[in-house]
Design a protein around this ligand. Structure first.
Ligand SMILES: [Zn+2]
Length: 188
């Protein structure tokens, strides 16, 4: 897994318009883990791509009527099967965290990379999602020296009371064990 010019080579690139410049492009110092599924807790279709690209059909599902006008994105999505989609290059500011604060510093979008896991807060994540997430984070840590394994948080950690993802089913100790284990072979 390699990063070239702020794009992850193994990701399918889907360009979202929902990004802008970081105030300090060299400050990429936080990883934020999220979950998303559209409709909630259903794992089929391309609705997440459509939401992040501002083309979600509000009539496709009742839930979409409330969200289709949101201007949101993330850098990455890891789907249930482990496939990865990238919407925003890592040096740009994706719009994933909203009102947020990390160690007293507000507007976490300014300095973070947002990674969505396809999932819900009451559903277990898949084995391959953990492995892919660990691979992705290890690659990001190697490419952005201002990141560290101590600076990986859930959305709920930086927006408490407002956000609950990635939720109680996300196993942080399992994730950190994988993150610290030997990397998979480059072909893996
Ligand atoms: Zn979130």
């Amino acid at each position: 897994m390699i990063i070239r010019d702020h794009y992850l080579s193994s990701a399918c690139q889907v360009a979202s318009p929902n990004y802008d410049d970081r105030p300090d492009p060299d400050d990429v110092s936080l990883l934020v883990i999220h979950c998303i599924s559209l409709p909630p807790e259903q794992f089929a279709g391309d609705y997440i791509d459509q939401l992040f690209c501002n083309c979600l059909d509000p009539n496709a599902h009742p839930y979409f009527q409330d969200i289709h006008q949101l201007k949101v994105s993330a850098h990455l999505l890891i789907r249930r099967d482990g496939s990865i989609r990238q919407y925003v290059p890592f040096n740009r500011r994706a719009w994933h965290a909203g009102v947020s604060k990390y160690q007293g510093r507000e507007r976490c979008n300014d300095f973070s990379i947002g990674i969505e896991l396809e999932g819900g807060i009451s559903v277990a994540y898949t084995d391959v999602q953990y492995r892919r997430l660990a691979d992705v984070c290890r690659t990001l840590l190697a490419n952005y020296p201002t990141l560290s394994s101590q600076r990986i948080v859930g959305h709920s950690d930086i927006a408490p009371g407002r956000k609950t993802d990635p939720g109680p089913f996300f196993d942080w100790s399992r994730f950190h064990e994988l993150l610290n284990s030997n990397p998979e072979s480059p072909a893996g």
